[in-house]
Design a binder for this molecule. Structure first.
Ligand SMILES: Nc1ncnc2c1ncn2[C@@H]1O[C@H](COP(=O)(O)OP(=O)(O)OP(=O)(O)O)[C@@H](O)[C@H]1O
Ligand SMILES: [Mg+2]
Length: 578
């Protein structure tokens, strides 16, 4: 897992290596300082030798200055290495997510993907910086300072040998206990993001249903749970501090005690005693730093795991080895197709679909809500793969096409369509980057969108707000249809895409389709019989199976469901009834 993440270090390897190198130099300088201090006291101050004081003093300042420069350089490279690493991690995750199929996205959930791209990357970035700086610095200081202390007076150095294991042992226990709590906190973060995302996206619905209070409560609950877990984890981690303090002061007291004894016995000089105290501080400080890193790593490991999950996810839909790059025509053939959204369940959303559609035909699809209309058409551009059977387009199995080729040939207006922030022109060109203005106007005329666009003061340059909030539902649908047409698809799928358009405009769109796009196979999912009754064939779906196929007249005679829907919609002339 760590290996996978480290691949993203790439061009920042140099900075990653330079950081600890300068760190080592800094540590070496710092280790010399107490030694010089001892000489300053013993040779200079105690003997009242002015020359020695100045000489050692200059040396001290010089070494301290070097330590400063090395420290600064190592800090600079550390910052560059860690933020560069984070940048690459985000890039790699983002690129990977672009390859995700609908199945992969379903598996992670959008909000969890967002948390992983933001919070988790920041955690790893910080830990990385700590590791390349402090994780090098502390053990080095620890070892050197200990060696120096040992060299000055090995009897006193024994004190550290007792204190250090006690300290490390308690640190390990603490982090073991805190780890599972952090894990829970991260999962709750996903939930928090989910609540916020849903609420902010659906803010109009929240307001119109006056459910603000319920939403606030939902948010507070998740927020509370993070608060509680964090307090718990941090409280455990906070034990670090008293344990640390206790050890530090015990060590200092012991050293003062033994030290003064040795000074009286004349086996230790005052200067040596001072440097011993400094080394003690250095040793204990590095132990403290190590414990901090321990905590950071504990936290970051969880984040690293979550990032690795994204990087290691295998995109569910892969391009075949020798892909077909040409879609001959818009014919569609379902052979015994069954489909389930869940890989390990036999709950089928589509059962045994057999169907043949000729290129250029217009097909209507009708069926109650949840009857798998959307599911069926999503298989055509290979948004999901069939679970059983096969699906052919232009006589070739969809799994044999290059995915881009296939998706460019099949234009689908999704049931929950989206516009992006940008001008109308920019939005339309999602369909075809190279389309010129003339083409834009042409497809907008087919989709009956040109008329309302021309009425906007800025026409085709009108800015669409995020999510298309400043156009009406029906206008949005027509823009989405125009965008789909711009691809010049061989197959055009409209999933309930004219539900918010009035019947007259809708019939104009249908007319434009049959006159201007005779070669394109058109699949129209609709709730209104009037939307599909002129189709060459109408498919009636019921609970994932085909219940009947035929023209409007045929189905009226032979199909109960179709007849029921028709009669209920005709009653009282309610054309928009479902
Ligand atoms: N991403 C998904 N993951 C799991 N189950 C799904 C998913 N999408 C749809 N389903 C399930 O598959 C079944 C068919 O759903 P589908 O969206 O195809 O119905 P539909 O006919 O398009 O309905 P509607 O008219 O409401 O759009 C439903 O039972 C639904 O719960
Ligand atoms: Mg649907």
């Amino acid at each position: 897992m760590i290996k996978k993440l480290l691949k993203s270090v790439r061009e920042y390897k140099k900075d990653t290596i330079l950081t600890p190198l300068f760190m080592i130099l800094e540590v070496l300088m710092e280790i010399f300082i107490p030694l010089l201090l001892a000489r300053l006291i013993d040779e200079g101050i105690n003997k009242q030798d002015m020359f020695a004081i100045i000489k050692v003093g200059v040396e001290l300042i010089f070494i301290a200055f070097l330590a400063l420069i090395f420290g600064r350089l190592s800090g600079k490279y550390a910052a560059k290495a860690s933020s560069g690493f984070a940048k690459n991690l985000r890039k790699d995750m983002y690129a990977k997510i672009q390859d995700f199929s609908f199945y992969n996205i379903d598996r992670f959930s959008t909000s969890s993907i967002v948390t992983r791209l933001t919070t988790d990357v920041i955690n790893v970035q910080q830990a990385y910086m700590m590791i390349i700086r402090i994780a090098v610095r502390s053990p080095l200081t620890l070892i050197f300072a200990f060696l120096m202390a040992f060299f000055i007076n090995h009897k006193i150095a024994i004190i550290f040998m007792v204190a250090a294991p006690i300290l490390l042992g308690s640190l390990i226990i603490i982090s073991r206990v805190a780890h599972p709590i952090f894990r829970r906190v991260f999962n709750t973060y996903d939930k928090l993001n989910n609540v916020v995302q849903e609420n902010v996206r659906g803010v109009r619905i929240v307001k119109s249903f006056v459910t603000e209070e319920k939403e606030i409560e939902k948010f507070n609950n998740v927020s509370d749970s993070i608060y509680k877990d964090f307090t718990k984890a941090e409280a455990i981690l906070a034990l670090n501090n008293p344990i640390m303090q206790l050890t530090v002061y015990t060590c200092l007291t012991l050293i003062a005690w033994f030290g003064s004894h040795f000074i009286v016995l004349n086996t230790l000089t005052v200067g040596e005693f001072t440097s011993l105290i400094t080394y003690t501080m250095q040793i204990l400080m590095s132990l403290m730093m190590l414990s901090m890193i321990f905590v950071m790593i504990t936290l970051a490991l969880e984040s690293a795991k979550r990032i690795a999950e994204i990087l290691e996810e295998v995109p569910d839909l892969q391009n075949p080895e020798n892909p077909v790059f040409d879609v001959k025509d818009g014919s569609i053939e379902f052979n015994n197709v069954s489909f389930s959204y869940f890989k390990d369940s036999n709950k089928l959303a589509l059962k045994n679909i057999n169907l043949k559609i000729n290129s250029g035909e217009t097909i209507g699809i009708i069926g109650g809500t949840g009857s798998s209309k959307t599911t069926m058409v999503q298989l055509i551009p290979r948004l999901y793969d069939v679970t059983e059977g096969n699906l052919k387009i232009g006589d070739v199995d969809v799994r044999n096409y290059d995915i881009r080729t296939l998706r460019n040939a099949v234009s689908m207006v999704l049931q929950r369509n989206e516009l992006f922030s940008g001008t109308i022109k920019e939005n339309l060109r999602w369909g075809n980057k190279e389309a010129d203005d003339e083409e834009l106007v042409k497809v907008c005329k087919y989709a009956q969108a040109d008329e309302f666009i021309s009425k906007f003061p800025n026409g085709y340059d009108t800015y669409i707000e995020q999510g298309g909030t400043n156009v009406s539902g029906g206008q949005k649908q027509r823009l989405c249809i125009a965008r789909a047409l711009l691809k010049k698809p061989k197959i055009l799928i409209l999933d309930d895409s004219t539900s918010a358009v009035d019947t007259k405009t809708e019939s104009l769109i249908r007319k434009a389709f049959s006159e201007e796009l005779p070669e394109t196979t058109k699949l129209i999912i609709a709730q209104r019989i009037s939307s599909v009754q002129d189709c060459d064939k109408i498919i009636v779906l019921d609970n994932g199976s085909i219940n009947g196929i035929g023209t409007h007249e045929e189905l009226l005679k032979t199909n109960e469901i179709y007849k029921d829907v028709y009669e209920s919609q005709m009653k009282g002339g309610d054309e928009s009834g479902k």
